[in-house]
Design a protein around this ligand. Structure first.
Ligand code: HEC
Ligand code: HEC
Length: 227
């Protein structure tokens, strides 16, 4: 199911990044325990005061380019925060903000945002663009990892309840190799995707209502679990 595009230097880079991440996470047993212990959302809310300028009150995303964090998968948030703090995902806007935050702080912040009231794009559905995005998402197998209703699982992010401009920007970044996660699956999925296809997919996901955190899907999900 996971197709990978042969690209040795990029792969190698990701291997190094993964090793660095593993080393960071394993730096001490205490640190690992901090990452997996249950978070304290009240403490997270207080720590997240510095994030609100860009991510909005309770992570509801008022600014173009800055993602909604509200109702995002907590494992995804924790992992991304560690990646960004360690410079393995380079987000210059956030480098200063994350410096000095401990693993425990990141767990609490992630717990707080995961439980926050979901962001919702204003309804502005373009029926033709939406239908095209729906077809493409199905054909490209996005739901095999992001779940049937695109609500995400573990370290695979929720795609519904997200800003359309951010989704499109993230997909272009994967395609152009400016972003990859702990593996290159997203780069492989987006390899050579056209801008117009990306626009349709982002529109579909942002305008989709089924499976959103405020209208959960009743359909069974495929239940793929990634390690
Ligand atoms: C100066 C603006 C700014 C501030 C302050 C800021 N962020 Fe961000 N953040 C961004 C931008 C812009 C991105 C998207 C980067 C990209 O396109 O890859 C981002 C991305 C993220 C992501 C990745 C989400 C995803 O869906 O991939 C997380 C998690 C996050 N920020 C959490 C935080 C937290 C927690 C704080 C406070 C401790 C914070 N940010 C402060 C601008 C900011
Ligand atoms: C093989 C599994 C897999 C498939 C198939 C897949 N994804 Fe992903 N996706 C992931 C993982 C894992 C991440 C987190 C990567 C990271 O850490 O940057 C991700 C991240 C993303 C993000 C970033 C979201 C954010 O908040 O930063 C977007 C957008 C996305 N995927 C959209 C899609 C779309 C659209 C498709 C289909 C065209 C797709 N994905 C197919 C596994 C997958």
């Amino acid at each position: 199911m996971i197709t990978r595009v042969g690209h040795a230097p990029r792969r190698l880079r990701r291997v190094f990044a993964s090793v660095a991440l593993a080393a960071t996470l394993a730096a001490s047993a205490a640190s690992a325990q901090q990452i997996w212990r249950p978070g304290d959302p009240a403490r997270g809310a207080a720590l997240a005061a510095t994030c609100a300028g860009c991510h909005g009150a309770h992570g509801a995303a008022p600014i173009p380019g800055a993602p909604a964090l509200a109702s995002q998968q907590p494992e995804f948030l924790k992992l991304q925060l560690v990646l960004m703090r360690e410079g393995l995902r380079d987000v210059p806007a956030m480098t200063g903000t994350l410096k000095g935050l401990t693993d425990r702080d990141l767990v609490d912040i992630a717990t707080y945002y995961a439980a926050a009231r979901p962001f919702r794009s204003p309804p502005a559905r373009d029926p033709a663009l939406y239908a095209r995005g729906e077809t493409l998402s199905g054909a490209m197998g996005c739901n095999s990892c992001h779940m049937g209703d695109y609500s995400g699982q573990r370290q695979v992010p929720r795609l519904v309840n997200q800003r359309e401009d951010y989704l499109a920007g993230a997909l272009r970044a994967y395609r152009d190799d400016r972003r990859s996660g702990t593996d290159t699956s997203m780069n492989a999925v987006m390899y050579k995707a056209a801008d117009s296809d990306i626009a349709a997919i982002a529109h579909y996901l942002a305008q989709r209502t089924e499976g959103t955190a405020d209208a959960p899907s009743t359909k069974a999900s495929p239940g793929v679990v990634l390690r």
